[in-house]
Design a binder for this molecule. Structure first.
Ligand code: SF4
Length: 321
């Protein structure tokens, strides 16, 4: 039970028990800010041979790439298709950000990156940039460039943390450690960039203890937002091979256990961190397991109900705010 002098979470988070990114965007930007996914043809050092060739054990980017991106390479046409889709789905959307999503979108020479980003920014309906990448692909010159852009438009940097445990990162053949992640986040924050961390819950070797220790470490970093994803086994990954050979070696979370894991992290995160995502949906044809049969749109209500049942909220156990 919360102590008697604890804050009222409903007041803290405008009626919720966690800090929802969409609520913040509405207040900050006066409406919905929609991200239009772009596949600019990047790879990553864990695939092109620099660090490895097979990728992280869980990764098959096709599982998260909208089909229209696989069918056309031209960035302008990807944006046109994406915006048309978003306008049909969210007619109230006022503003669009170009979301460089697939693979590591800062992995390349600065001049090449600039050309790709600026092609997207030249589209009249695009008002800013979201760039997803690995922490070991963020040299200072690229951060400096993104920081310069961010003085004139929204720029979000999305950094794949995945786990804060070096043992877990080693097990999934990530190719960098948590110290690398901490360093990248600090250097990006020094330049004033908006930083979202991406965490994958349920990876092999991750325990409740390591997850909470990781959440405490994240609480000490200058993060602006977080995304949570549940581990799903996707066809064509090393994890899928491992799972087929020995399912017991990849224990998968139930929806209830996943929501509890999200809460275990949330309780330790400062209240100012905005929560951008609570999970993901991989197309059934690409997913090996698990099949929860739950739409992503239900996750917020499931989380809210469980936060209520546990009488807790984001930041309740945070001592680093
Ligand atoms: S998850 Fe990211 S870093 Fe890992 S293999 Fe896939 S694209 Fe590369």
């Amino acid at each position: 039970m919360p102590p008697a002098d604890s804050p009222d979470p409903a007041e803290l988070f405008h009626g919720r028990r966690y800090h929802a990114y969409n609520d913040w965007v509405k207040r900050e930007h006066g409406g919905r800010l929609q991200k239009v996914s772009i596949d600019a043809g990047f790879t990553c050092p864990n695939r092109d041979g620099k660090l490895g060739i097979g990728g992280c054990t869980f990764c098959n980017n096709d599982g998260f790439t909208p089909s229209y991106l696989r069918e056309q390479r031209d960035i302008g046409r990807q944006i046109e298709t994406g915006i048309a889709f978003m306008r049909r789905r969210y007619p109230q959307t006022q503003s669009f950000l170009a979301y460089f999503q697939s693979y590591s979108n800062t992995y390349g020479e600065l001049a090449r990156l600039q050309a790709l980003y600026e092609t997207a920014l030249a589209h009249p309906d695009i008002s800013g940039l979201v760039v997803g990448t690995r922490p070991d692909c963020l040299p200072d010159d690229i951060l400096d460039y993104l920081a310069t852009l961010s003085r004139h438009m929204p720029v979000e940097l999305e950094i794949g943390i995945e786990s804060c445990s070096d043992a877990v990162l080693r097990e999934c053949l990530r190719g960098h450690d948590f110290a690398c992640t901490q360093d990248a986040i600090r250097r990006a924050a020094q330049r004033g960039l908006f930083i979202t961390g991406h965490l994958l819950l349920g990876l092999p070797l991750e325990t409740k203890e390591s997850l909470i220790a990781g959440a405490r470490a994240l609480a000490r970093l200058p993060l602006d937002a977080m995304k949570f994803h549940q581990l799903q086994i996707i066809r064509g990954t090393r994890l899928a091979n491992q799972y087929r050979a020995d399912p017991a070696s990849v224990p998968l979370l139930s929806p209830e256990a996943y929501i509890d894991a999200v809460i275990d992290v949330l309780e330790h995160l400062p209240a100012n961190i905005k929560i951008q995502r609570l999970g993901s949906e991989v197309p059934p044809a690409q997913r090996v397991s698990p099949d929860w049969g739950i739409r992503l749109s239900r996750f917020p209500e499931m989380l809210e109900a469980r936060l209520q049942a546990r009488q807790t909220w984001q930041g309740r156990l945070c001592t680093d705010a």
